[in-house]
Ligand binder design. Structure first.
Ligand SMILES: [Zn+2]
Length: 210
């Protein structure tokens, strides 16, 4: 394994980097990481939640599954998933954000996010962090892809369609590996993760050549 880069990303902040086809991104954490990617040579080609669900014919993806772009191209393959057997990565939610938290507070719905109503609302979230992560590629805020929410285990009632946050997270930091299937710009957010037992934590982002 040849390490290209290895960075610690503070809680509730963003990270981004270029990757070459064949390189592997290892994301390590015990709280939620919102993750997205775009084509390095065509920034209009972005990760797409819906295409990814349909090509894999499932709501949750794990080892062997592929992340797809809106233009129907494979972007990344999950080559190792240490969360398998403990929980699922979410492909339903968009990003959390400062405005989303503020509106939830206004609507008295903060308890849908976490285990209490008396917790300070973060001024920013994964949307702002992914804007920062993609900043060197000038992705406009409205074009930040809805992410793969790594380690965000949610309960889905398949009869009513109701989605619920859960506090199910890794007990200790574990990782998921993603192999690039094209040259990419990748970005990750260390989510403030109000639903996690210990709230948002730093995450680690490492790129290596296998
Ligand atoms: Zn978030």
């Amino acid at each position: 394994m040849k390490i290209i880069s290895d960075e610690l990303v503070p809680a509730n902040s963003g990270w981004g980097a270029p990757m070459q086809k064949g390189q592997v991104l290892r994301l390590t954490a015990k709280t939620i990481i919102d993750f997205a990617c775009i084509n390095l040579h065509n920034n209009d080609e972005r990760f797409d939640q819906a295409r990814t669900k349909v090509y894999n014919m499932k709501l949750w993806i794990t080892t062997g599954d592929v992340l797809y772009s809106k233009l129907n191209n494979p972007m990344m393959t999950i080559t190792e998933d240490q969360f398998a057997g403990m929980g699922y990565h979410d492909l339903q939610y968009g990003t959390c954000s400062g405005p989303r938290y503020a509106r939830a507070k206004e609507e008295g719905r903060l308890n849908q996010y976490h285990h209490g109503d008396d917790i300070p609302v973060p001024p920013r979230g994964c949307w702002e962090n992914l804007i920062d992560g993609f900043s060197q590629w000038n992705v406009p805020p409205e074009y930040i892809p809805s992410p793969l929410n790594v380690f965000q285990h949610v309960d889905i009632d398949t009869t009513s369609g109701e989605i619920k946050h859960t506090p199910n997270r890794p007990k200790d930091p574990i990782y998921v590996d993603f192999r690039a299937e094209m040259d990419l710009a990748v970005a990750a957010s260390a989510c403030p993760d109000l639903a996690a037992p210990e709230f948002g934590q730093p995450i680690q982002a490492m790129i290596y050549e296998p």
